[in-house]
Design a protein around this ligand. Structure first.
Ligand code: DGJ
Length: 728
């Protein structure tokens, strides 16, 4: 069993296949963090690791521990609270009836159980009995009567843990939660680099790495959604940690709303990391008997570098988070109408697209934005989810019948959370659009956000969607979300609960997504938010793929996909070949193959040569499907580190096959180029399928593969090399 408890020392030891996490209940009932790192066969002496002495006269002595040198201000804590002597950033702050915000949690008891409990209303990792074990520690604040249940689920086979907290008000008076993070991670020292993903629209998930500094730092969203600006992922890497070696702690929130990953390096040079709901613009009212559950934080430890951390996240999420049947079922190869036609389509044009797609071997047509209400551009009709029969003459069923008759499946686009002021829905329910009293609505892309905290709003949208989906042979939905929230307010919440708006909004979105995916479990759902603006683990719970970016230029995509792969599997990254003219169609396909793969172009604009290329790519899609969807990803050269090229490879789990890709971003400075492959079996022989040459795995990895350019074409901007190796 992965969770051990020693009654004498009151130490908990949580083991995965390669990591150990240790915590202890001390004599004052405080939950002390002792260790997280390489697997420990024994915890003997571990409690001596941390400096505990009260080191100056300013730190508060603690009244519950009979040691004048013990201060909460300097010990590493599992779930630190505000106001009772620990003056660093707090994970929990509760305002009680008296109005003060002092919170002081003490151990009450614990429970170890098999499997993993679900989190009410929230996406979360899952496990059956025998696949994971959960430790739930109950802590109590005596004055307010608030109890915090701190949960750790250990997935022994993945070097991964899931953490969350449930707060129950067992007191006599109402309280307000002013901050309630999902997890705290105390790090011994400050010798770490933060690796995280920043960006903006069409430039999502760019990797950045920098050293921790003294003081406060972190990343956040206050946008109501995750946003493209910062992804809720953070890796704390030891200074010497590289892609292939060294220690790193990966942290990711299974959450799609306002989040924060906050870090404080204190004056002693130790680091506290908190991950959870952003406390800015958050306040949750708890009446006696009510409870609040935080979103989940996933922690992955690797002592073999960032690459190993990423592969652990990928496998773990595919096995224990992405619940769609499509996660491990072969997905149809699709063409999307957006970049091919934008709003300018009718039923005839779509049928023509389907015909052309069929000839190329494409299996599904997705009708993007523009099919509903009075939608002709982005000025109107969001909220009116009925078919525009001027465009789709004869109705949707007739269109789908014609497309299906060609042997092509059909998918459709929705933006369920939004409303245009110029829409029938808005004219009927202007109060459903989010806006604070007395404020003007700030529009974005001419649209407002629907108040998803409201059951009646969600019921209306669900019913409208249900009416269309249930009557038509729709096999895929793209769920878009194209603006963030301003003037936050819900007409249905009393003033003392307005601080709950943002989290309730996310719960509302999850509820609607849950209802749709439960009503139509066989539909493939793809998430999108102006590209990859909501590329997070919360969304992956409902949809096994997420459109990675509106930027479909393959060179730009390298940075975006490279970054997203830090935490999210290749099979989840929506990636299409578009009509982008900067690079040839082979490179566009090679980059899209590092994702779900599909098309986003007008097939009638393609030359005969390009059509032949597409047919070959379709064949490759099928040939490499298992390798790119279920294989292990090795990132070889980062596009942010090397100005000239980016390369990566997929290796099958049994190391019998590998697909290597190199893209030249800029003519290399030196023609002599050797790529050191990774992840192969050093003792096996691999045949280069194209040339027939045979190499030992060890030669390819330690000696390298000679890719020196021989022709001008091989080294021009945007060129690519794709190599398939098969073990002999
Ligand atoms: C933004 C998405 O990222 C695009 O792919 C497309 O669906 C448009 N919205 C449609 O409005």
């Amino acid at each position: 069993m992965p969770i051990f408890y020693n009654e004498n020392t009151r130490i908990f030891k949580l083991d995965t296949k390669s990591s150990t996490y240790v915590l202890q209940v001390n004599e004052g009932g405080y939950l002390i963090h002792l260790y997280y790192g390489r697997k420990l066969p024994s915890t003997q002496g571990v409690e001596k690791l941390w400096f505990r002495g009260k080191y100056d006269s300013l730190s508060a002595q603690n009244p519950y521990v009979d040691d004048p040198y013990f201060s909460l201000d300097i010990v590493p804590l599992e779930y630190p609270c505000a106001g009772a002597g620990d003056l660093r950033i707090a994970a929990l702050q509760v305002q009680g009836a008296a109005g003060d915000a002092v919170t002081d949690l003490h151990y009450v008891g614990h429970r170890i159980s098999g499997g993993k409990p679900g989190l009410p209303g929230l996406p979360a990792t899952f496990a059956k009995e025998g696949e994971a074990e959960t430790l739930e520690i109950e802590l109590e604040d005596k004055v307010t009567g608030v109890h915090a249940f701190v949960l750790y689920t250990v997935f022994e086979n993945y070097s991964a843990m899931a953490r969350s907290v449930r707060v129950e008000n067992k007191g006599q008076s109402a309280v307000d939660l002013e901050r309630v993070y999902s997890a705290c991670l105390e790090l011994p020292g400050m010798g770490f680099d933060c690796v995280h993903l920043h960006g903006r629209w069409a430039k999502e998930n760019t990797v950045t790495r920098h050293a921790l500094q003294y003081g406060m730092q972190g990343i956040q969203s206050k946008r109501g959604m995750t946003g493209p600006n910062h992804n809720p992922f953070m890796a704390l890497a030891k200074k010497d940690c590289t892609e292939e070696s060294g220690e790193v702690y990966g942290l990711n929130l299974v959450y799609s709303g306002n989040f924060a990953i906050d870090m404080e390096v204190d004056d002693r040079g130790t680091t506290r990391v908190l991950a959870g709901i952003n406390p800015a613009e958050f306040r949750w009212h708890l009446e006696p008997g009510e409870a609040f559950t935080t979103p989940e934080a996933v922690m992955v430890y690797s002592d073999a570098g960032l690459g190993e951390m990423s592969r652990t996240f990928h496998k773990f999420y595919m096995d224990h988070l992405m619940r769609s049947e499509w996660t491990k079922k072969k997905r149809p190869l699709l063409i999307n109408s957006w970049e091919a036609a934008y709003f300018d389509f009718d039923d005839e044009k779509l049928v023509e697209f389907a015909k052309a797609a069929k000839e190329l071997g494409i299996e599904m047509l997705v009708m993007d934005d523009g099919w509903f209400g009075d939608r002709h551009d982005d000025l109107q009709a969001l909220g009116d989810w009925y078919v525009n029969e001027e465009k789709l003459k004869g109705g949707l069923a007739h269109l789908i019948e014609r497309v299906n008759a060609l042997g092509v499946k059909f998918g459709i686009w929705y933006e369920p959370e939004m409303i245009n002021p110029d829409s029938d829905l808005y004219r009927a329910h202007p109060d459903w659009a989010v806006c604070a009293p007395g404020r003007e609505k700030s529009l974005s892309r001419y649209q407002c956000v629907l108040d998803m905290t409201r059951q009646d709003v969600r019921d209306n949208i669900f019913q409208q969607m249900f009416d269309v989906i249930s009557k038509n042979n729709i096999e895929y939905i793209k769920w878009d979300c194209n603006r963030h929230i301003s003037e936050a307010f819900s007409a249905q919440l009393p003033p003392e609960r307005q601080g709950e708006f943002f989290h309730r909004y996310v719960l509302g979105v999850y509820d609607l997504m849950d209802r749709i995916t439960t009503a139509f479990p066989h539909i493939l759902l793809e998430n999108c938010s102006s590209g990859g603006g909501r590329f997070d683990a919360g969304m992956l719970y409902y949809s096994p793929q997420i459109w990675a970016s509106d930027n479909t230029d393959p060179i730009e995509r390298l940075t975006i996909q490279f970054g997203a792969s830090m935490c999210y599997p290749a099979s989840s990254m929506g990636a299409h070949v578009s009509a982008c003219s900067r690079t040839d169609i082979h490179t566009r396909a090679a980059v899209a193959m590092w994702g779900t793969f599909g098309y986003e172009l007008d097939p009638y604009e393609m030359t005969d040569e390009e059509k032949e290329a597409v047919k070959a790519q379709v064949a490759d899609y099928h040939k490499y499907y298992d390798l790119t969807h279920y294989g292990d990803l090795y990132r070889l050269t980062a596009p942010t580190d090397d100005p000239f090229q980016c390369d990566w490879m997929f290796v099958s789990p049994n190391k019998g096959e590998a697909l290597y890709t190199r893209v030249i971003m800029r003519k290399p400075d030196k023609p002599y180029q050797v790529a050191h492959l990774r992840g192969l079996d050093p003792d096996r022989l691999y045949r280069d399928e194209e040339t027939g040459e045979v190499y030992s795995g060890a030669v390819l990895m330690y000696g390298g593969l000679d890719l020196s350019a021989r022709t001008w074409d091989e080294q021009k901007d945007g060129a690519c090399v794709v190599k398939h190796f098969i073990a002999q």
